[in-house]
Design a protein around this ligand. Structure first.
Ligand code: ZN
Length: 425
């Protein structure tokens, strides 16, 4: 459906007439001058020339804001390239990399889980409201003299500057849809819903896009440290991008919650014969509702390389998360494993876990011991530095979450892996 827009023609910048090629080149240079800290991102944009939109039923103004897709393609309409001054194009380029760097497309999915949007179709009121919200987040960081005169600002909607799009999204929830209609369409790079002009071909891959984000963040942070003219909101953004370690606890918590939720959500209708006294309907067996309690086994790699501070801190973290997600003491089992598995404790408290082992590592023994236990674990949490062999196939019972203390040695794909930096910092 995306490239269904029949009649849409796409080509490269090299096919444009010389004056338009020059306008594009000049705009990119100008964008890099406007926000030098975003140069890497501006240069990562992949231009696609789009023609014939009107024949395809799209508005002639559709590409006025030089919209992007999630593959970092920026869509150029020769008409808007010809009539927009270089400073205006430069503004839109800085604006659009703002959407991509801040990952507005992913965030729309979280802010509005059921957008009811149809790829290639006119935007829904939710998409419009999100576009306005995301524009508010982006525009208040663009230097005033570089901003397009019709760029929406939080203040123009009676809202405070410097907030994330989600705050504006919530604040605009009670306005009428017409009052938060987007004057421009910033493309699928803003909400993840394909537009008629998107080609659907891969642009930058996700790892490449991540690379651009990190490189840009390093530049922003470096210029910020040198006292350069970097807006505060971009400095905060760079800190978040460059310090993924702040998120490892949240990631671990999410992985454990998912593992446990899979079990808790699995409500059994067990046909259990009721006691005679309860037999209101003689001879009929009624189903009774039984919610299973998740059985969790924590497998600690207690080989020589793991002993000490890192292990005890990781144990404390996992213990805290399991308590928080409601894993009861009686359904928890702790195993230690070097090259052999040892039963250790029923509590996950760094002070009470008896660390047994200290030899070489083979966690296959520990996973086999976990799987053969009765009741079988629904979730196995492994804490290891990864210096072990793994079973080739996913254990038949239970999900496996690996808290990995050395990111260089990856567990197999069948395990959900969370990197825990050494020392749990
Ligand atoms: Zn925008």
């Amino acid at each position: 459906m995306t490239s269904a827009a029949l009649g849409v023609r796409r080509s490269g910048v090299q096919d444009l007439p010389a004056p338009l090629r020059e306008a594009w080149a000049a705009a990119r240079v100008r964008a890099a001058h406007t926000a030098p800290y975003l140069t890497t991102a501006v240069l990562a944009l992949q231009p696609v020339v789009v023609d014939g939109l009107e024949e395809a039923g799209c508005s002639a103004a559709a590409l006025r804001a030089f919209p992007v897709d999630t593959g970092w393609r920026v869509h150029l309409d020769p008409h808007w390239l010809a009539v927009t001054p270089p400073a205006g194009i430069a503004f839109w380029l800085v604006h659009q990399v703002g959407h991509l760097l801040r990952q507005h497309a992913d965030r729309f999915g979280a802010a509005c889980p059921q957008p009811a949007a149809v790829p290639g179709q006119p935007r829904t009121p939710e998409q419009q409201r999100w576009n306005v919200s995301a524009d508010c987040e982006v525009n208040d960081d663009v230097p005033g003299d570089a901003r397009a005169s019709d760029a929406v600002l939080p203040s123009s909607l009676g809202l405070a500057d410097g907030q994330p799009a989600e705050v504006y999204w919530a604040a605009l929830a009670h306005r009428t849809p017409t009052s938060v209609q987007a004057t421009v369409d910033c493309g699928s790079g803003t909400d993840g819903v394909a537009r008629g002009w998107d080609s659907g071909e891969p642009g930058l891959t996700e790892p490449e896009a991540r690379q651009v984000r990190r490189e840009t963040a390093r530049t922003v942070a470096a210029r910020g440290r040198e006292g350069g003219d970097v807006p505060e909101a971009w400095r905060r953004w760079a800190e978040q991008v460059l310090e993924p370690v702040v998120d490892w606890r949240r990631e671990l918590s999410a992985a454990l919650r998912l593992g446990v939720a899979g079990v808790v959500g699995r409500v059994d209708y067990s046909y259990v014969r009721p006691s005679r006294r309860a037999g209101a309907v003689p001879g009929v067996v009624l189903p009774s509702l039984r919610q299973p309690v998740p059985q969790v086994t924590v497998l600690l790699d207690t080989s020589q390389s793991m002993l000490g501070e890192p292990l005890s801190r990781a144990v404390a973290e996992v213990g805290g998360v399991l308590r928080a997600v409601g894993v009861a003491r009686h359904s928890l089992r702790v195993l230690c494993c070097d090259s052999t598995a040892y039963d250790s404790a029923r509590v996950l408290d760094a002070r009470e876990v008896q660390v047994v082992g200290g030899g070489g590592t083979d966690l296959r023994a520990g996973l086999a011991a976990a799987a053969s236990a009765r009741p079988r674990p629904d979730l196995v949490v492994v804490l290891t530095d990864g210096g072990t062999d793994w079973p080739q196939e996913r254990p038949r019972h239970g999900a496996v979450v690996v808290g990995l203390l050395d990111s260089r040695r990856r567990p197999p794909d069948w395990a959900r892996t969370v990197d825990i930096p050494w020392g749990g910092a």
